[in-house]
Structures are given as C-alpha cells and as structure tokens.
Design a binder for this molecule. Sequence first.
Ligand code: MEV
Length: 338
Amino acid sequence: MTTVSAPGKVYLFGEHAVVYGEPAIPCAIDRRATVTADLREDDHIRVRAADLTLDGFTVEYAGSVGGQPDVAVPEELVDAAMGYIDAAVAAVRSAVEDPQLGFDLTVTSELPLGAGLGSSAAVVVATIDAASRACGAPLDRRRLAQLAYEAEAAVQGGNASRADTFASTMGGAVRVEGDQTQMLAAPQLPFVVGYDGGAGETGALVAAVRALCETHPPAARVIETIGRVVSEGEQLLAAAPHDDPPSESLLTELGGLMDINHGLLAALGVSGQSLEAMVWAAREAGAVGAKLTGAGGAGCIVSLDPTPETTRALRYTPACVEVFRAELDTDGARVEPR
Ligand code: MEV
C-alpha cells in the first residue's frame, strides 16, 4: 500500500494564455489530493473517492471507465474525475509496460473539482506516483510531471498546458512556457482564496477561448498581452528579496498585475458573475489585487491581502461559499506515512 499526496495550485498569472505558448506562473498551495494505491491480483481498477465534492463515490470497473457510480453529485464532474484517474492508470500501465495491472485506489481531496485549484492535476499526479510506487517502479519527478501532463492533455483533448501538473509535482512557484518548465524562487505571498461553490469545465472553456481567437483577432492580442503581464510579474519576483513577509511595494505591484490579468481574462469571456462579485468584494475590502484562477466560468478567485479584511469581506459576500488563506506549498508530490 502506498499513499502519495500532491498539492493544488492557484495561478498568480497566465492561465489560458499558457495554452498558446505564453508564460504562466502557477503556485502550489497547501491544499492537497491524496491517493492510496494497492496492487490487485486482477486487472480491475476500484476507485473509492471521498471528498472530491460534497459526497463520496465508489466505482469498480475493468480496464476503462464504464461503471456508473452511485452518487449524488453532478454526473459530469464524476465522469471528469473518473476520466483523469483512468488516464493516470493508463500512464502507469504503459510506463511499466504491463497493461494488465489492476489497482485499488482511494482518493481524498481538499480541492473542489473544476474550481480552478488544480484538483484534476493533483489527482493525476498523486495517482500516477502512488500506483507506480505500489508496483515497485517509482518515477523521478521530471518523468512524473511528464506522464501527468500527457494524461491530463489526453483527457482534455490536447487542450492542456504543463502548468497545473508541473506545479503539483514540484511544488512552490513555477514558470511554464510551452515545453519549458522551471521552478521559481518566490516569497510567501498572502493568498486569500474565495470559492463560489461552482465549477467550470476546463476543456470547454479552453475551446471557447480558441474559437474566440479564431473569429476575433483582437482576442489573440489579449493572449499576447497576458504573456507580457506574466513576464513583468516574473521580473518583479526575480528582483525581490525572498524574505518573509514580502514588502508592501512588491505586493502592490504584483496585485496591480493580477488586476490587469483578471481584466484580460474577462475580455476572453472566461469570468462569470460570481467570480466578478468575489473579485470586487476583495478589491473593495483592500486586497492589493484579485483575479480568477484556473479555467474560470465559476469556481475560485485568488487575491493578495496580508490583513484579515478580504477574508472577512468574502465571508459576507453572497456569491462566496468558502474563503480560506492559502500558503505556497514547496513540497510538491510526496509520499505520506502509513
Ligand atoms: C486550467 O487550470 C488552466 C488553463 O490554462 C488550461 C491549462 O493550462 O491546461 C485554462
């Protein structure tokens, strides 16, 4: 039996544009998905998943996703979660060249599905790492990140960047630009996350942005401009001393860029009413910057505020069902004690 956990993430800058080869800076946060893997004697996969949404589900199937789980959560979210787990198992079978491998997998997660916190990447990374270890073939981190990226891209019909899976594997703040991935030095930023209780469908949102860029050339300029915002943010981080806490001027400058990044994402049509309500509640409460995180539509915003004001304001914002402080998690995927 092997248990591995992997962190979720928020995007400081650059979601969507990263799909077109622009740079992005996602940051792993201290909320995780955890997967326990046991090798089975047959080729079945049995998945027990608690906490992926409000209720848990259990499904057993042979070879590929087929069984209909008995659940009280939106079917598309369950199908999506099962699709990611299925792709992760396929990656392990192919990495160890044994298509007959079967696993009992128990998945728990502190990350709501499809809410912009990288839940699917965290589940994929933790599943691949735990399952490969369970069959005695641990992977090094770069290979783990590569396989997780390929699995996520397969589920999302090729519409995926390396950002979520690389951040979840390595931890900390990372920079992703096309196939180039690197870890960044970054101070502990005072993230406040607001969650509207909803979810956006990454594949559909990425496809909608692609369609917009094809029909409206100015949208493609918006993507390039997001890339410039990310580069400026990266320069700010590189120039800043990485002491704790970060200076007020660094926060103000990063926050200003987050606001611009959010406006550009809204121009691409991936914001939503509840995300806007939370972004504005955070700004009015004194957050130095606020933006949606991840694919958008619904889900989470991330803001920067070292004071308790944004947390307090979001608690009283009707659109927000949960608010929490998130810390940069530098651990990445890690084996958990039994
Ligand atoms: C989803 O968390 C982020 C997107 O940029 C898609 C991707 O990078 O794969 C929208």
